[in-house]
Design a protein. Structure first.
Length: 274
C-alpha cells in the first residue's frame, strides 16, 4: 500500500474519532479533511428545510399585514425600530435566548420621504441667490407661509416679489477729532436691505407630510440675508430640525405599534443578528 493512501486512511480515522467526541459534547461543528467540499443538497429536495427570506416595503399597512400573516404561535418574533433611519425590521423566527431560531425570515419597512420634505431638507443650511430662492418658493407655494418676524405675517406672494427686488442701502458715518496732541478717526458702515415698502421674510413656514403615512407638520425656516458680495444671497436653516426628527420617530413607532396590534413586540433600537 502506498504511503499517501496510508496517510489518507489514518486521517479519516482520526476525523471520525474526533467527530464522535464532538457529537457527545453536543457541538455544532464537525472536523472534515482539508480538501473536503461541502455541498448543499437542499435545491434537490421538493421542499426547503425552512422558510427564509426578506420582505421589503415602504408601506406601514403592508408591513403590519405581513407580520400578522407570518408570525407563528410556536416561535417568538420581534420588531425593532431604527428611529434615525425611520426604518423597522421584524424577525419572524427570532426565538428567545433559551430557544434561539435562525432569524433569517425578516420583514423590513423603510418609510419614504415625500417630495416636499426632500426639497425642504435640500434647502437646509444652503445659500441661494435671489432668483434661486424666489423660484424655489414659487415651486412650493402651496406649502409656504412667510413671516416678517415671529409676530407679523407677510403674504407669501409679496414675500417672493420683495426677494426678487432686494435693494441694498449702505450708509456710512465717519467721525474725526483733532487736538493738539492726538487725533481720532472712527468709521461706521451700515447695510440695510429691509424697508417698510419691501419687507423681507425673516422666517418661512413650510407645511408638509414628511413621510408617507405620517401626519402633516410645519417646519420653521430662518432666512438670513448675506450682503458681503456684490449680489445679495440668502442663507436658510430649519429651526430645531433634530427635535422635529425625534418627534417623527416617536410618531412612527406609535403608528407601527398600533398597526401591528400586539402580534409582534415592538422595540426602539436595532438588532444585529450574527
Amino acid at each position: 500500500m502506498e504511503k499517501e493512501t496510508i496517510v489518507h486512511i489514518a486521517a479519516n480515522a482520526a476525523i471520525q474519532t474526533i467527530n464522535r467526541h464532538l457529537i457527545d459534547l453536543d457541538r455544532c461543528v464537525m472536523a472534515v479533511p482539508e480538501s473536503a467540499k461541502i455541498v448543499d443538497l437542499e435545491p434537490y429536495f421538493d421542499l426547503r428545510r425552512r422558510f427564509r427570506g426578506t420582505f421589503k416595503t415602504e408601506s406601514i399597512t403592508a408591513f403590519a399585514s405581513y407580520c400578522h400573516d407570518n408570525v407563528r404561535e410556536d416561535v417568538a418574533a420581534g420588531c425593532y425600530v431604527d428611529s434615525e433611519r425611520m426604518q423597522a425590521q421584524a424577525v419572524m423566527d427570532l426565538g428567545n435566548p433559551h430557544v434561539a431560531h435562525h432569524g433569517d425570515h425578516t420583514a423590513v419597512l423603510s418609510l419614504k420621504k415625500t417630495a416636499a420634505y426632500s426639497a425642504l431638507l435640500a434647502l437646509n443650511e444652503s445659500t441661494l441667490s435671489q432668483k434661486a430662492l424666489a423660484e424655489w418658493m414659487e415651486d412650493w407655494l402651496p406649502h409656504l407661509a412667510a413671516r416678517r418676524d415671529l409676530e407679523t405675517t407677510l403674504p407669501i406672494t409679496q414675500a417672493i416679489a420683495n426677494i426678487r427686488h432686494v435693494t441694498i442701502k449702505a450708509t456710512s458715518q465717519r467721525d474725526s477729532v483733532e487736538s493738539n496732541y492726538s487725533s481720532t478717526r472712527s468709521g461706521l458702515e451700515q447695510i440695510d436691505a429691509d424697508s417698510e415698502q419691501r419687507p423681507l421674510p425673516a422666517f418661512l413656514e413650510f407645511t408638509c407630510i414628511p413621510y408617507h403615512e405620517l401626519e402633516e407638520r410645519t417646519f420653521m425656516v430662518r432666512v438670513g440675508l448675506l450682503t458681503g458680495n456684490d449680489d445679495p444671497a440668502f442663507r436658510l436653516r430649519i429651526i430645531q430640525l433634530e427635535q422635529q426628527q425625534e418627534d417623527m420617530a416617536d410618531e412612527f413607532a406609535g403608528i407601527l405599534k398600533s398597526a401591528i396590534d400586539g402580534s409582534v413586540p415592538v422595540t426602539i433600537g436595532t438588532l444585529n443578528l450574527k
